[in-house]
Design a binder for this molecule. Structure first.
Ligand code: MP5
Length: 203
């Protein structure tokens, strides 16, 4: 069903534009994001990534075949260095990564895990949505970001050719599935959570 991701994205066109144009993304790229806003995002997103790892592990347990398990294993392997990036930045900035996250974050993180209970087509759609939103947002500013700007390492993490290839592999797994209403709803929830997450950290 090579059309599945195309339909998911077509249905989200206006929201997708808001992801790409979000002031959080634009100001991070310009280096003009206030330090306190970046700190809040870093601590919130660290909690999110830990939950996301548990989600990937749970999704791997219901993956239908070896091809899917291998793609997910690649995603899990990338989380080690990513968490180190968060931890070293937090140490440099004197941040407490054990601080209680926002309820929105608890909700998003819990939703990831809950989506696995809905089965593989919904779970892989959620995973694709989470990663595609980040790739498209950060890739949209990659070429106009000064490599010496303070947040460049984070932008590079989600706009690299390797991450792009991973997102394409996820799309291929979604495209093996016929689009259903629960998949569309799951994708829509991810998009709304992503926008709300950036709105929240911006305060
Ligand atoms: C991602 C993220 C990308 N780090 N945070 C949010 C709120 N959404 C998506 O996921 P990952 O695991 O860092 O690639």
């Amino acid at each position: 069903m090579p059309e599945t991701t195309r339909h998911l994205l077509l249905d989200q066109q206006p929201a997708w534009k808001r992801i790409l144009d979000h002031p959080f993304v634009i100001r991070t790229s310009a280096g003009s994001l206030p330090s306190a806003t970046f700190d809040r995002w870093l601590a919130e997103d660290h909690f999110f990534v830990l939950s996301f790892r548990a989600f990937l592990e749970a999704l791997t347990r219901i993956a239908p075949d070896q091809q899917a398990r291998e793609v997910l294993a690649g995603g899990l392997a990338a989380l080690g260095p990513e968490l180190e990036l968060f931890e070293s930045a937090a140490a440099e900035r004197g941040l407490d990564l054990t601080a209680e996250p926002s309820l929105l974050n608890v909700g998003y993180s819990s939703y990831l895990l809950a989506s696995v209970q809905e089965g593989w087509p919904v779970g892989i759609t959620v995973l694709y949505g989470v990663e595609k939103a980040y790739y498209d947002a950060w890739a949209s500013v990659r070429d106009s970001t000064d490599p010496d700007t303070q947040y460049a390492g984070f932008i590079a993490n989600w706009s690299s050719p390797e991450f792009s290839a991973y997102v394409d592999q996820l799309a291929a797994l979604v495209d093996r599935e016929e689009l259903t209403a629960p998949m569309s709803l799951a994708f829509d929830r991810v998009v709304r959570f992503e926008l709300a997450f950036w709105d929240l950290v911006q305060g």
